[in-house]
Design a protein around this ligand. Sequence first.
Ligand code: FES
Ligand SMILES: [Fe+2]
Length: 391
Amino acid sequence: MRANALKQEAKILLDFVERNTCTLTDSVMEIDGAEYADPALFQRECLELFRNYPQFVGPSCMLPEPGDFYAFDDTGIPLIVLRKHDGSLGAYLNICSHRGAPLGEGMGQAKKQKLLSCPYHAWAYDLDGNLVGVPFGKDGFTGMDKASRCLKSVDVQEQDGMIFVMPNPELSFDINETLGGIGQQIEGFGFNDHHLLGVKRVETNISWKLNMDTFHEFYHFDSLHPETIAQMSYNNICHYEQFGRNHSMSSPSLAINELREQDEADWQAREYISFVNYIFPNTVIFVVADHFQTWRVYPVNQGKSVVYHSMFLPEPPANEEDRAEKEAFFQMINDVAVTEDYSLVEKIQRTLNAGIERSVLVGRNEPGVQNMHRQIRELLSPADIIRLQNK
Ligand code: FES
Ligand SMILES: [Fe+2]
């Protein structure tokens, strides 16, 4: 976001602070508890939202050098995304053509920046996915046409400093439609040139949607985070904007009132505003004054989800002491989510598991939560939702 746009954002938030309000939707949303708990609906979500819908992988700076790769199978399909020597990206099914072993796990680096070597029997692939090395191949695999055993490609695209991949190898996607214009919102936040500090993987006993709900409103800061987030940010004050299926919500720090005393030309607005940028269906990119974090949430089963929390800094840590300080901050943020949000929401999951028929309400002051559920309803076949509503 450019400096002028940040100043405009600050003005909106100063006004909201003065009037103690936020962006409001037209009406309260009611969600049937079954939308969180219905097994058939869960299966449809895994298929339509995680297998057949483009997935945010990370910011471009996550794979800075040729040969850098990221492998994950949380969408249900094993994928490996890598940076090639010409700067473009490749993405493949992470399945060796010999006997199917994954070629890499998590963040990694191709051998000599150019070869993916299978850990099982050492078949080797170049960054374009061609099979280029088969140990003992002449005798062991007589007559095999290497060209027909290359890695299977999937659609991968990069725009506005973000990487997306389509897990289903039979489908492609339109990146502009996926972004819905949110690139203009995150411009200038360093998605192309920041440095990855680390990734934390957290397993939760919460459905992926309940998990996501925790990120989309600032209404619970005072009550659930009185000693942590509420010491820094205003409760229930946010400015909401829609970008296709995605959204962005800005939130003022308590210190934002300092701007009232300053000449507008001198405003360093970014220091006072944090942004929760939602990338449909499962990602939140949290931008704060001096860095950003990503939270990607994947379904494990109906009542469990896994979260990958990554932190990106403008500069790599200067030394070990600096690294330890940054890591401690990263851990503290992660702990707030786990000990304050997730521990409470796990209890909500337990009541869902009890199978009591009920609905939940999402207020006009919770536009982010409403948007996520509205988009899910729209993308799934209407028959799924009607079936639930008529139950
Ligand atoms: S499974 Fe990859 S080399 Fe055998
Ligand atoms: Fe929270």
